[in-house]
Design a binder for this molecule. Structure first.
Ligand SMILES: [Cu+2]
Length: 162
């Protein structure tokens, strides 16, 4: 009789432990990615009017392109639309830290630069902001990674690091 009770107690513990351990380990994983690795979900880095951006009337996105904000620090203002990035080519010196500020003029696009941690969604009405340092010279391919229509596979940009 006593053995039966002990066995059922073991079964209880066998269920309770993982049901506590799994959510706790998930919480730890979230805390590590957020604070130690620095992974961020897109936040309200800003909102824009899609029609204003498309008409070129929005203040940030009416002047797309690269601008130097400090020595070795750049800001790249980029718009995405089917099926191109504007501008599609950016050139920076090696060691530059570039903040990409993006939005979409039409549908949801993606912006992923191969060989860097940059990988963001580009959502109409929302500003995506992401920063990376380009230490190694070379040509980096930036691709749209959200299926956006028939020409999605030809939607890309280039970042040239000299
Ligand atoms: Cu696409």
């Amino acid at each position: 009789m006593k053995d039966k009770k002990f066995i059922s107690y073991l079964f209880e513990v066998a269920w309770i432990l993982p049901s506590v351990a799994i959510p706790v380990s998930m919480l730890v994983a979230i805390l590590i990615t957020a604070f130690a690795i620095g992974v961020r979900v897109p936040t309200t880095a800003g909102r824009v009017s899609v029609s204003a951006v498309a008409a070129g009337a929005d203040s940030i996105f009416s002047q797309t392109g690269l601008r130097e904000i400090a020595p070795g620090r750049y800001e790249a203002i980029i718009t995405a639309q089917t099926f191109m990035f504007t501008p599609s080519k950016i050139e920076v010196p090696a060691g530059s830290r570039v903040t990409f500020i993006l939005t979409s003029k039409d549908v949801i696009h993606g912006f992923k630069i191969n060989g860097t941690p940059i990988n963001v969604m580009v959502i109409p009405g929302q500003v995506s902001r992401v920063t990376a340092t380009f230490d190694k010279p070379g040509e980096y391919l930036a691709v749209c990674h959200e299926y956006c229509g028939a020409g999605h596979h030809v939607m890309y940009g280039t970042i040239i690091v000299n």
